[in-house]
Unconditional design. Structure first.
Length: 571
């Protein structure tokens, strides 16, 4: 039998346990990593994770220390750069250690957010199915294979793993997953169900009551979430604008003081300006903060399992094309002197124009792909709720669900009408309801529509499709559509603040810097390096603000490509 060669990760883990197992046990006990790992859903032993964390931190510290020593021996830098390098060497291992300790917490937060985003739909689905006579355990087994869910599907798969691999009964497996789950709402709902079932209570009534309570609390939760997102954007905008103005004014004032000391010289005065700190701020600190804000928005924002991979693939495809566009624009605008080390106002202008052309080339094609994917869905959420309500009313006359859909295809449901028409056509030529809806929904990127019609198919195929079941589904869908529309309405207002911040970031530092240089009689050409850093930095950070605008208003970075292109061009 051929022996398998261990991977690099396995060798690293083995060495970590060999040298740091005792330290790992102490670290895991101190920070209660067992609880954090359970809540995150990680399949790793706490001691193993802690030992790997210690080894990775020490390896990072050793690597950074050796790098600084070698740089100091072979290419001694000036004192300020050496101090910065030493600070990086100190901070980097601390960052690695902190990240490893916080990683389970981050995963737990993402797990909680994903489940709570899908929980209203899941409760509507499970209430409808149980009303149709389908057992809760069978529903969990079915949900484990439903692609319309992401977070809930993973939880269902964990429950099925406990049942099939560890021999737990369904209730015990459900309790095991729920007790260790980071979402208190999910935990309370599942444990309440097991308690009701074991005590002989009315499970159907319990699920419907808790579903309505969940809908009511979700409305208030959405308001709180939008408040947090607005706070994140405000902090980012204030920090970006105020600190930028302060930093660049500080360097302009430093130049003015130098000029005042050399006031004996006639005419304009040439003053050297160090751009190290402005460069670090514009190209490292502010972009990292933007990425952190985008990640915080991602963790807190209501989102769906819809994937816009085609837009991101287009973005990656156009990277080399945008680089070529940058070079062509640089040649056309006379900025090739930059490659010879020449930096003047003309070169700065040329580089900024070329960078704007490259960003437009890079951003517009993926946005057009994204636009094509979501085009035609305006008002479709409300139309879906109206369709299911009408279906419920027609079903009460005794017609089969398939006949109801065929009859309703003659009515106008706005953007939903093509989907209803395709489903009716497929049913008319003999397809089953499930296959007909699957064909009708092919290529649809509106998750609410896909989920609602998937629930309809399951309520008919699995739950029997009685008028009571369809009526329950229609009522829940009506409430869900109102929640969805309220969420989207509030999210769209979040796009304003990034625009305000980008405009302020692009104008205020430049205006104040120009005024100070003029008052100090300092040549504008002297401040060319600082203007170069400010101009390019404004474009880069405006691009990031545009991506954040799309993420905060439409819950996806793909929607931010247009905002990023507009803001970068304005800058």
């Amino acid at each position: 039998m051929k022996r398998r060669t261990p991977t690099v990760g396995e060798v690293f883990t083995a060495l970590s346990l060999s040298f740091f197992e005792s330290w790992g046990r102490a670290l895991a006990k101190t920070f209660e990593l067992n609880k954090a790992i359970d809540r995150a859903g990680l399949s790793i032993h706490p001691v193993k994770y802690a030992a790997s964390t210690i080894a990775l931190t020490l390896f990072t510290a050793l690597f950074t220390t050796l790098t600084i020593v070698l740089i100091y021996i072979f290419a001694p830098p000036p004192l300020p750069y050496m101090v910065i390098a030493i600070l990086i060497a100190i901070v980097l291992p601390i960052v690695v250690f902190s990240y490893r300790l916080s990683y389970p917490g981050i995963l737990a937060s993402m797990r909680r957010a994903e489940v709570e985003n899908e929980l209203p739909f899941f409760m509507a689905y499970i209430s409808t199915m149980v009303r149709g006579g389908y057992s809760f355990e069978k529903v969990i087994e079915r949900v484990a294979h439903l692609k319309i869910f992401r977070g809930i599907r993973r939880e269902a798969q964990r429950i099925m793993t406990r049942i099939r691999m560890f021999g737990d009964d369904p209730l015990t497996a459900l309790e095991y997953v729920a007790i260790r789950h980071p979402s208190t709402r999910f935990r309370d709902l599942m444990l309440g169900y097991t308690t009701t079932l074991r005590s002989g209570g009315d499970v159907v009534h319990y699920l419907e009551i808790r579903t309505r309570e969940l809908f009511e609390s979700r409305t208030n939760e959405i308001k709180a979430i939008m408040g947090r997102l607005a706070s994140y954007l405000e902090v980012y905008t204030i920090f970006g604008v105020i600190v930028s103005v302060t930093l660049f004014v500080f360097f302009a004032v430093s130049g003015a003081i130098t000029a005042a000391q050399a006031a004996r010289s006639p005419g304009e005065i040439a003053v050297a300006m160090d751009i190290t700190m402005p460069s670090l701020y514009n190209f490292l600190v502010l972009p990292l903060m933007g990425i952190a804000i985008a990640f915080a928005i991602h963790l807190n924002q209501p989102r769906t399992p819809v994937n816009y991979g085609r837009a991101y693939a287009t973005f990656i495809t156009f990277i080399p094309i945008s680089i070529a566009a940058f070079v062509v624009a640089l040649v056309a605008t006379g900025g090739m002197d930059l490659l010879l080390g020449v930096l003047n106002l003309g070169v700065v202008k040329s580089v900024m124009i070329s960078l704007a052309v490259a960003i437009l080339t890079l951003s517009l094609p993926p946005w057009l792909v994204y636009r094509a994917m979501v085009k035609g869905y305006r008002g479709i959420v409300r139309a879906t709720a109206d369709f299911l309500r009408d279906l419920s009313e027609v079903r009460k006359t005794g017609l089969a669900p398939e006949k109801c859909i065929v009859m309703l295809s003659a009515r106008d449901y706005r953007m939903l009408s093509p989907i209803v028409t395709r489903a009716a056509a497929a049913l008319s030529i003999g397809f089953s309801l499930e296959d007909a809806l699957r064909r009708a929904l092919r290529g649809v990127k509106e998750w609410f529509v896909v989920a609602s019609l998937r629930f309809l198919a399951d309520s008919v195929v699995v739950g029997g499709g009685s008028p009571e079941v369809v009526d329950v589904l229609a009522r829940f869908t009506q409430i869900l559509s109102e929640l969805e529309e309220e969420t989207r309405r509030r999210m769209r207002t979040q796009v304003i603040l990034p625009y305000f911040g980008a405009v302020m970031l692009a104008t205020m530092p430049i205006i104040i810097l120009y005024m100070l240089l003029t008052m100090a009689n300092i040549s504008l050409a002297t401040a060319t390096p600082l203007l170069f850093v400010m101009g390019i930095g404004n474009i880069v950070n405006s691009y990031i603000m545009g991506l954040i605008a799309g993420k905060s208003s439409q819950a996806t970075i793909a929607a931010g490509f247009l905002h990023a292109a507009i803001l970068s061009t304005l800058s």
